[in-house]
Ligand binder design. Sequence first.
Ligand code: NAP
Ligand code: ZN
Ligand code: ZN
Length: 346
Amino acid sequence: MIKALGSTAADKPLAVMDIQRRSPLADDVQMDILFCGICHSDLHQLKNDFGGTTYPVVPGHEIVGKVTAVGGDVTRFKIGDIVAVGCIVDSCRECSPCRGDLEQYCEKGTTYSYNTPDRHLGGMTLGGFSQTYVCREQYVLRMPAGLDPAAAAPLLCAGITVYSPLKHWQAGAGKVVGILGIGGLGHVAIRIAKAMGAHVVVFTTSPAKVEDAKRLGAHDAVLSTDPEQMKAYVSKLDMVLDTVSAKHDVNDYLKLLKIDGSVVLVGLPAEPLEISPFNVVKGRRSFSGSNIGGIAETQEMLEFCAEHGIVADVELIQPQMINEAFDRLEKGDVKYRFVVDMGPLK
Ligand code: NAP
Ligand code: ZN
Ligand code: ZN
C-alpha cells in the first residue's frame, strides 16, 4: 500500500488514502513521484463535469519521478533516472492509430493515468497525486537534463496538448496564431507557438493577463470583452488555439480567421458549443479539436522545450495545500500552474 490524495465523491475534498500499485512486471518502470502538476482536467474529473468519474478518484497526470525499480525486459531506463509520465499509460499497440504513434486515439481505448479501467489490477487507474507510479516502459518519457523537473511537470499534459495541434496546423513563420484563454495550457502555448516562429496574439478575459502576455512572449494581446479590440483582428488569423475551460462563444473567434483558417478546440467545456453556419461557410473556415498527443510526439515536445528553454510558470505547493489550490484554480487565481511537491506526502 502507498499513500495518495483522492476523493470519494464530487462534493468531497481530496484526502490522504491508501492505494495499491502493481509490483513491476517485466516491461514496467516503477518510480517515486517527485512532482505532479494540477490540470483543469483534474478539476473537471473531481467534480464529475463529464459524468464519467468513478470514485474514489486519484487525479494527477503531469508526473515527474525518479526510477526506483525496473522489470527484467526494460532497456531504456535504470534506477535513479529522472523520468516522466503524462496522460497515456497504455493502449492496444495494434490498431492503426497506435501503430501511427497516435495512442491518444487508440481504437480499443487509451488507458489514461487515472479513471480508466486498469489492465492489471482491475478497477480504475489511479493518478499521480500519490507516492509512486508503475508504468510500461513504452509509455515512460525521458526528462531532458536541461529542464527543471518541477517547472517541466506541466509539459506532460499542458505542453503536449498545445504542441501537438500547433505542429499539426503548422504554426510557424508567416502564420498569425491566436491563443485563447491564458491558463496552464495557454501560457505554455504562447511560448511554444513563438518558438515555432509564429506571430502570437493572446485573447484573454483578464485585464491583468493583457499586461502579462508580452512577458510570456506574445506579440500582441487583446482583451476579448472589448468589441473594438476584437474588431481589429477580423479575418486576420490563420489559427486560434482555444484552451477555454468553460462555455463561451466560439463564433467570436471563427470571425477572426482568414480563409481556410481553423479554430482548434483543446479546452473541454462541459456544455455543447454552438456555431453559426455563416461563420464557417464564409471563408471556408474550420472548427476542430485535438486530444493531448502521442508518446513519440510527447518526447519530441520535451526535447523541443529543452532546446528553447521552455517550462511553465509554476506555484509549487505542499500536498496539504492541494484543496486550496483546486479552489483557486476554479476561480482562475493561478499564475499559471500549480505543481505539487509530492515528496512530503505521508
Ligand atoms: P486553466 O488553467 O483553468 O485555464 C483556463 C483559462 O480559460 C482561464 O485561465 C481563462 O483564461 C479562460 N476561461 C475560464 N473560464 C472562462 C470563461 N467562462 N469564459 C472565457 N474564458 C474563460 O485550465 P487549463 O489547465 O489550461 O485547461 C484548459 C482546458 O483544457 C480545460 O477544460 C481542460 O480540461 C482542457 N484540457 C484538454 C486537454 C486535451 O487533450 N484536449 C488536455 C488538457 C486540458 P483568461 O483569464 O485568459 O480569459
Ligand atoms: Zn491535463
Ligand atoms: Zn490501439
